[in-house]
Write a protein that binds this ligand. Structure first.
Ligand SMILES: [Zn+2]
Length: 310
């Protein structure tokens, strides 16, 4: 056998023999040491029988990998209330870290187990089997948030945009919480068990919808797009918005009826890129979802129009 084959053979043989060996035994030790009235905790293990580990190829590095994240330190045996001496004292400075940003994978998991974010035990139970969205729709919900510029992909991380943060501030509390979904799930379960009539549920959904829309209408906070550029739309003269297009930054007219778009580095006459005729075609047929299609924004736009007419 050559070197590699030998190593592989050894690995397989040792694994096979290890299966037949007795368990690996150790005592998990926690020692609480009191120094000047403060309690210090040390955790470690004292191996009592190496068992199957004795057969393992046995570099300590390998053992650590096998024992996963178990504490590596071995603590010597001590009796209760034993007096010990403090040899040295070190102060370590640490800072807490903010929670990690969501990645697509962790956000999907959070949506699946959204019950974690609910305090009420009964409600948490009712959302357990479902979460937010369904396995088929969750990925698409995230894609839509990206398409509509509520969140952006920065490498693996998902970062909320200013627009996304403002939306969360604008919508009524009920719509921001998985509790609403949990309440609906709970009532749907009741209906399926014959404990509640569907008409009452539908009536409540109607009532809630009217109330929520009214809350949004009454709200005086306004959405401020902070991606407004100084470049005026060549077609209608409004200040264009800087948005993320499929091929980099794009200037888009905020007026959906106008729909003019151009690459960020193009001048207003489109001299660097397409002819104006082509641009008009692109504007007409490209999706305009990046400009935002949320209910809140639509309502606000409608209200602002109405108010300005008065
Ligand atoms: Zn325009």
């Amino acid at each position: 056998m050559n070197e590699d084959e030998k190593r592989l053979y050894d690995l397989i043989a040792r694994r096979f023999i290890a299966v037949l060996y007795p368990p690996y035994k150790y005592d998990q030790t926690t020692i609480i040491t009191e120094v000047a009235g403060e309690k210090f905790i040390s955790r470690g293990k004292a191996i009592t029988d190496r068992g199957w580990r004795a057969v393992q190829a046995g570099s300590p590095e390998q053992e650590n990998r096998d024992s996963e994240a178990e504490p590596e330190q071995t603590l010597s045996q001590h009796a209760k209330h034993e007096q010990v001496n403090v040899k040295t004292v070190n102060i370590n400075k640490h800072k807490t870290k903010p929670p990690a940003r969501y990645t697509e994978a962790t956000l999907l998991t959070a949506m699946e187990h959204s019950g974690k974010f609910i305090e009420d035990e009964e409600l948490r139970e009712s959302i357990k089997g479902s979460g937010l969205g369904t396995p088929a729709t969750r990925a698409e919900i995230i894609e839509k948030l990206i398409r509509t510029s509520y969140i952006e992909r920065h490498g693996k991380e998902l970062i909320p945009t200013s627009k996304g943060i403002q939306l969360v501030d604008l919508v009524p509390t009920a719509l921001r919480s998985p509790e609403l979904t949990a309440q609906w799930e709970q009532r749907l379960t009741h209906i399926s068990r014959g404990k509640e009539k569907k008409n009452a549920f539908i009536a409540d959904i109607r009532k809630d919808t009217i109330e929520l829309v009214n809350v949004i209408k009454m709200d005086t906070t306004t959405y401020r797009a902070d991606n407004v550029s100084k470049t005026k739309c060549p077609a209608c003269g409004k200040n264009m918005l800087l948005v993320n297009g499929k091929r980099g930054k794009v200037l888009a007219c905020p007026d959906r009826n106008c729909g003019h778009r151009q690459a960020e580095n193009e001048d207003v006459f489109g001299r660097k890129g397409n002819s104006r005729a082509t641009q008009r075609l692109i504007a007409q047929y490209s999706d305009q979802e990046e400009l935002g299609t949320s209910l809140g924004e639509k309502l606000k736009a409608a209200m602002e129009k109405k108010n300005s007419k008065k």
